[in-house]
Design a binder for this molecule. Sequence first.
Ligand SMILES: C[S@@+](CC[C@H](N)C(=O)[O-])C[C@H]1O[C@@H](n2cnc3c(N)ncnc32)[C@H](O)[C@@H]1O
Length: 324
Amino acid sequence: MPGSGSPLPDEARRANLALWDEWARIHEGTEFYDVEGFKAGRSSLWPLETEELGPYVTDGTTLLHLQCHFGLDTLSWARRGAEVVGVDFSGTAIALARRLADEVGLAGRATFIESDVYDAARHLGGRRFDIVFVSWGAIEWLPDLEVWARLCAAHLKPGGRFYMAELHPLAYCLDETTGPAELRLRYRYLPAPDHPVVDPIEGSYADPSADTTGHVSYSWSHSFAEVVGALLGAGLRLEFLHEAPFSVSPVFELMEKDEQRWWWLPDGSGGRRADVPFSYSLMAVMPDRAGAPAFAPASDEATETGAGAADASAARGPCTEDEE
Ligand SMILES: C[S@@+](CC[C@H](N)C(=O)[O-])C[C@H]1O[C@@H](n2cnc3c(N)ncnc32)[C@H](O)[C@@H]1O
């Protein structure tokens, strides 16, 4: 039975699944996802991912993509030669991912599994991958990162790499703002597994005008210490943690898109604010038996930071908890 091994409460699972099935239907036709562009050969991957993880993906690299939505990123890695497996709990998203894989001729290199991420081990049968990949708006749907991190580690080969690119925990704390100089902390920063944020949903990040009447979402805050601690606790070794002042979607209405599709907060005088993080990326390695990474990058680029990424650092200081 789906969800039986999951720390996700049933009520949250039902609500989030209904929402994601609806969003998958909506997202197929959005400019944000640009499915036609993908079919014509465009990669859906962001420059950060291709710069930081791309050098590790060569012909035959095995890649597990957790919470793959309808598979555009999964299939974009397959286009670069990887043998990919995508996991998502939305049957609508997985059906679309399989259809797209067929349409673009990648079905032979791509498998899609409909499963709660917490139940994925039952479907993966102990298979280990060179890379486990997680991206953009994935972990907020998960109450428990220790179970999740153990799953990621359990499916990595010795020397394999875990990579994630995500929205920054600080960005989740900020209140809606009308001016770039008026940022205010409002939502919680520190984790609270027993206190999901329950929000009515209006539209989607990919189509704010979409009709999603009646849907609510259950989500959880995750601090840097929680994310990194869970991964280290699962036996992975942190290789880098980068922060960046741009986002994949507008966190605030006043954000502006650049030529690479990144969204920036304007500084109020014609420039962009580079002092507030909206994204982070992280790589961690599963040590091999001798304790050293065995899976080498295809080129030296892999050790460089992504465009605009700042040095590794951790966000500090809790925000107020007045949202609950
Ligand atoms: C924002 S999307 C991931 C974004 C992806 N990188 C993209 O833009 O294509 C989050 C995904 O997590 C999936 N999801 C949420 N909770 C899940 C769970 N418990 N198990 C498996 N998938 C889940 C949703 O169905 C959705 O496809």
